[in-house]
Design a protein around this ligand. Structure first.
Ligand code: DC
Length: 220
């Protein structure tokens, strides 16, 4: 039997940073489901699918191979980790990830990945949908200005010339879209533990999650 930790939360809540750290400490496999939605968005853009009308052209998703190697996102054998972080992908990923045909396929892939390994998976619908039976479910949140500032520094570091105002507007737009879409919206699972990361360091949040997880499996 394998263990799984589901981490959900809005953009900038610290999910991926914390999830990576927890995975490193526990020697678990980290699965960044946001990267998978971004990769499909990149492929649709590269294929020039008109207005991203993927529903009429979705067979390409079935021919797409997605895998993680050393925390890098490989699509069809090519490392796309950098390309999936561009503004063009960010602007379109909410739309693409709201489509049922995209979600259906990626959720199957994600469940498959969790079958043969101990995993930490982060996203928006992991606790509510992908891994409903996860050993531990965590919902991370943080104040909107903290989330925007984190995202702003992250984008700056990767060489983007966005402003803080652009970043906060984009975060609000994406949160609204992700929380109100029809299929598997961003939502805290009833049995998830909610942690606000605004005032804590990555190490503090990591240690807290590991402590909760170890207590949970000790009492199993
Ligand atoms: O976590 P991120 O910013 O890399 O996610 C990119 C987009 O993908 C985000 O707008 C919401 C979507 N997403 C989703 O719908 N379901 C997931 N499990 C993960 C991400």
């Amino acid at each position: 039997m394998f263990y799984s930790i589901a981490i959900d939360g809005p953009a900038g809540s610290g999910k991926s940073t914390v999830a990576k750290e927890v995975a490193k400490s526990l020697k678990y496999t980290y699965i960044d489901t946001g990267a998978m939605y971004r990769a499909i968005t990149l492929k649709a853009l590269n294929l020039g699918i008109n207005n991203l009308a993927i529903e009429e052209n979705y067979s390409f998703i079935y021919d797409t191979k997605l895998e993680f190697r050393n925390n890098l996102m490989f699509m069809d054998g090519v490392d796309v980790s950098k390309d999936i972080r561009t503004e063009k992908v960010v602007k379109n990923v909410s739309l693409v990830s709201s489509l049922k045909c995209v979600r259906d396929k990626l959720v199957i892939m994600q469940r498959e990945m969790a079958k043969s390994d101990n995993v930490i998976m982060d996203g928006r619908d992991i606790g509510t949908n992908v891994l409903k039976d996860a050993t531990l479910k965590v919902f991370l949140n943080a104040a909107i200005d903290v989330r925007a500032l984190r995202r702003y520094y992250e984008l700056k570091e990767s060489g983007s010339d966005v402003t803080y105002d652009d970043t906060i507007i984009d975060i609000i737009r994406r949160d609204n879209f992700d929380s109100n879409r029809l299929h598997n919206p961003l939502k805290k699972a009833d049995d998830a533990i909610e942690l606000d990361t605004s005032l804590y360091t990555v190490e503090e949040v990591r240690d807290n999650i590991i402590k909760i997880f170890k207590e949970l499996i000790r009492n199993e």
